[in-house]
Design a protein around this ligand. Structure first.
Ligand SMILES: Nc1ncnc2c1ncn2[C@@H]1O[C@H](COP(=O)(O)OP(=O)(O)OP(=O)(O)O)[C@@H](O)[C@H]1O
Ligand SMILES: [Mg+2]
Length: 351
């Protein structure tokens, strides 16, 4: 294979590739390696480029014994810490013009995304188990009490049964939300095709939550654009989005006494690159501290776990909202100021 083709191939690979000579100096580096470790790599001692002892040892083994190796390591590349998979392969004499004595090839693969995904999956399973275990433990405790101490006490039995009913309902809701989340995730790439009237969707969501709002002495106010507002969407999922946001505003921002649902048309929305409909769910409650904002849409993330649980929340609501909005090719934005209230903004492409 001609030299130029080899170089062109190594240049094109999506990994960092470094050729290292017998003196442990970099003989050549591909563009990915240069973007990760700096522009002027050739001639530099390898240890000054990658100060990772385990990779250094693998390199020495390749140079001294001709032994290939593979190690995982955390290292700084391009100004950020990454999880790397380093593969070291010995190269014979005359394999490359730049290394007549032979040397080794070091390939660095950025596996951060893979490791993050693994960690997320582990966290998710741990979270689900924990969330299910709490009501389950309560249920088991009450069953035992009903069999023993409370056996012949009708008043206690009634009380315990209603607690058990509540805990079972919580488990049911959690499983329902998990199924809903996985369904939305599975079809996220398939954009809904039906034409839906956003005004009707919002009316429906407000109607459903009217009793909850009244119970909390919160006024639900629909304002802004009126008439038919068509979007390309799934009516049930869109209803779920706004029911969730309005429910949150009542539950966590109800102290302000009102929740406004404001709809407006935007002729050109830069983020969506076109005409859009904007729905804002605004409360005057206590607001959310800034550090929480980027994490609110994570599964099970709650600012005040105890309070959310008390209110029967699973912490999955906003995660579902985010996926549904993404499926509709829209955007979810959250603005909040501690003490003043929150604003949840949904942008949807208009048709
Ligand atoms: N309008 C709001 N004002 C203040 N905090 C909010 C508001 N909306 C959401 N939050 C915070 O964000 C968290 C996550 O909301 P999310 O809807 O995902 O879960 P949840 O409401 O706890 O449970 P679920 O929606 O499953 O019933 C809430 O627990 C709450 O702490
Ligand atoms: Mg919620």
């Amino acid at each position: 294979m001609p030299e130029t083709l080899t170089t062109a191939l190594l240049d094109a690979l999506p990994f960092a590739i470094l050729l290292v000579n017998r003196m442990e100096k970099v003989a050549w580096a591909n563009p990915v390696a240069r973007s990760m470790f700096g522009p002027d790599l050739p001639g530099r001692p390898f240890v000054t480029v990658l100060r990772q002892p385990s990779i250094g040892e693998a390199l020495e083994a390749a140079l001294a014994q001709g032994a290939p190796g593979q190690v995982r390591a955390r290292l700084t590349a391009g100004g950020r810490e990454i999880a790397a998979l380093a593969t070291v392969a010995p190269l014979p004499q005359d394999a490359d013009l730049r290394m007549p004595e032979g040397g080794a090839m070091v390939v660095i693969e950025d596996v951060t995304a893979v490791e993050d995904a693994e960690a997320m999956r582990r966290d998710f399973v741990a979270n689900v188990s924990h969330e299910l275990r709490t009501p389950l433990t309560a249920l088991m405790g009450f069953i035992e009490t009903l069999r023993g101490a409370a056996r012949d006490d009708p008043a206690a039995r009634d009380r315990f049964l209603s607690i058990m009913e509540r805990e079972a309902a919580r488990m049911n809701r959690l499983v329902g939300d998990l199924l809903s989340l996985s369904r939305v995730e599975a079809e996220e790439r398939r954009r809904p095709t039906a034409e839906v009237d956003l005004t009707a969707v919002l009316k429906g969501a407000v109607q459903t939550l009217q009793p909850a709002a009244e119970a909390q002495k919160v006024a639900l106010i629909r304002e802004g654009a009126e008439g038919r507002l068509p979007v390309q969407g799934d009516p049930d999922q869109l209803t779920q989005v706004f029911a969730n946001l309005v429910e949150n505003a009542i539950k966590y921002g109800g102290a302000g006494g009102e929740v406004r649902i404001n709809v407006s048309r935007i002729a050109h929305e830069p983020v969506l690159r076109g005409a859009a409909l904007k729905v804002e769910v605004i409360d005057r409650g206590e607001g959310i501290e800034e550090i929480h904002l980027p994490r609110l849409t994570e599964r099970f993330y709650r600012v005040d776990t105890h309070r959310s649980r008390e209110q029967g929340g699973t912490g999955l609501g906003l995660a579902i909202v985010k996926h549904i909005v993404a499926r509709h090719r829209g955007r979810l934005k959250i603005e909040s100021e501690k003490g003043k209230g929150s604003r949840f903004i949904v942008l949807l492409p208009a048709i």
